[in-house]
Design a protein around this ligand. Structure first.
Ligand code: HEM
Length: 455
């Protein structure tokens, strides 16, 4: 029987990870087998010291300690070389900026995610989902991860620039964003930035795609400014909103950075969730049958629409359980800006602090039988109730994901639309190779789509 976590009256356990190498610290296991390495840390203690190169860093493994970090965004800020590179390439939007800028910018961005706007985007996505999933090949293997990615890029770009002025921008986003997102992660992690200045075909492709993306976003912003029309999309919300009291608003360069940040935030996470969920459903046919029954009885032969979402309760539990087992954002980092106490230890300014939703969600002391896919652990009143603050796929505090409803609406509509009409199963010989990079993705999963009337 697993030991329970230290109640708050007991001191938190501090530990240091074994296996530190001279100069490298723990870089090798963190790079080569990150998930296993992180899981090994959570067994050691609640706050575990590791080394990245010669710099100490702390892995926070207790949910209450993670909450303390999340709610103190001033002392645990976004910073360090990782965020410096992200800002240089993707701008100073709310996903990358530091505390001071975030305090000003986040309220100016939040209208993008207002309830009425989300309802409007959800209507756009429902139609898109029906069209695109119908075009997924039938009867032969296709990569579900790539298909979910391309669907999400398209949906997000349309929600951002729904107006006709944005049609070519949607196309540019479709082509260039995947290249940029793929190239960002190694550029953020690699200390030797000069390798990315060498004019290799890969570097040139990245640079071209990034500059096309920047240019396209600038063009759409300029075009929206000229017409001044509210297109009921995210870009209109960013351009129109101002602080009622102070009149403060985002300038065009800031709107540009927020657009890019929202795109990057959206297009890696939801597709990973979808791909993992389709994989899990192919492994657990009873759960797939329940999702199908729910969609069939609720939709009564019609396509899934925004109003159905609240009633697709089992489908939502399936997605929640997939987010527990395979949280797309699997690791998060901050840097201390002042002397700050955590678990009884004073961390000096400049200390890297990290936590992993993946290891919290898979800690058997928090979630019994964590390897078991059990959507009903999320039934209201289920026993044992999942512990407070242990489930954090969307983060928390002032950086909590503003796109949660957008992403979950999209994933719910995709599942209902697909499972009502087709069965997806992993192609024979398909091997799962989880990739823990910018997000936790299942990698390429060949799946076959068959109409449900077929045996
Ligand atoms: C399943 C889908 C998603 C997951 C699991 C997810 C997860 C997260 C997490 C964990 C954070 C906080 C990161 C941190 O604390 O450093 C975050 C932030 C963010 N997400 Fe999401 N996200 C998802 C979908 C989306 C979508 C669809 C959008 C946009 C349409 C979006 C936009 C953002 C933005 C702009 C931030 C930065 C917020 C801030 O720092 O104030 N996300 N997301």
């Amino acid at each position: 029987m697993a030991k329970s976590l230290a109640p708050r009256s007991q001191p938190y356990q501090l530990a240091a990870a074994p296996g530190r190498r001279p100069l490298l610290g723990h870089v090798l296991p963190l790079w080569r087998r990150p998930l296993e390495f992180l899981e090994s840390l959570s067994v050691l203690g609640d706050l575990v010291k590791i080394h990245i190169g010669s710099c100490p860093a702390y892995m926070v493994c207790h949910p209450e300690l993670v909450q303390r970090v999340l709610v103190n965004a001033q002392a645990f800020d976004k910073g360090g070389p990782y965020y410096d590179t992200a800002r240089t390439l993707a701008g100073n939007g709310i996903s990358t900026c530091g505390w001071e800028d975030h305090r000003r910018q986040r309220p100016l961005v939040m209208p993008v995610f207002q309830k009425q706007r989300i309802t409007a985007y959800t209507r756009t996505m429902a139609q898109e989902i029906a069209d695109v999933t119908a075009a997924w090949p039938s009867g032969r293997a296709f990569d579900i991860t790539a298909a979910a990615h391309s669907l999400t890029v398209h949906i997000t770009a349309k929600a951002l620039f729904s107006g006709h002025l944005g049609a070519s921008a949607v196309d540019t986003v479709d082509k260039c964003l995947p290249v940029v997102v793929k190239g960002l992660y190694p550029r953020m992690l690699t200390p030797v930035k000069s390798v990315y200045k060498i004019p290799t075909p890969g570097n040139r492709h990245f640079d071209r795609s990034l500059s096309k993306l920047h240019q396209s976003i600038d063009e759409v912003i300029a075009a929206y400014r000229v017409t001044g029309t509210d297109h009921s999309d995210a870009l209109s919300a960013l351009l129109d909103h101002h602080d009622e009291k102070t009149g403060d608003r985002l300038n065009d360069a800031e709107v540009h950075d927020e657009v890019l940040g929202i795109l990057v935030g959206a297009v890696e996470t939801t597709p990973a969730l979808l791909a993992w969920t389709f994989y899990l459903l192919s492994e657990y046919p009873e759960a797939a049958a329940r999702v199908r029954e729910e969609a069939k009885s609720l939709l009564a032969g019609k396509p899934a629409e925004p109003d159905h979402i609240a009633h697709l309760k089992y489908t939502r539990r399936v997605l929640t359980e997939a987010l527990r087992m395979y949280p797309p954002v699997w690791i998060v980092s901050r840097v201390t800006t002042t002397d700050v106490e955590l678990a009884g230890k004073i961390l000096p300014p400049g200390t890297a602090v990290m936590w992993s939703p993946y290891i919290l969600h898979r800690n058997p002391r928090l979630f019994p039988e964590p390897e078991r896919f059990d959507p009903d652990r999320w039934l209201p009143g289920a026993s044992p109730a999942p512990p407070r603050n242990a489930m954090i796929p969307f983060g928390g505090g002032s950086h909590r994901c503003p796109g949660e409803t957008f992403g979950l609406n999209e994933a719910t509509l995709v599942l209902a639309t697909v499972t009502r009409l087709w069965k997806l199963h992993a192609a024979s010989g398909a091997i799962l190779r989880p990739l823990a990079k910018m997000t936790l993705s299942p990698g390429r999963i060949p799946m076959v789509k068959l109409p449900i009337t077929q045996p």
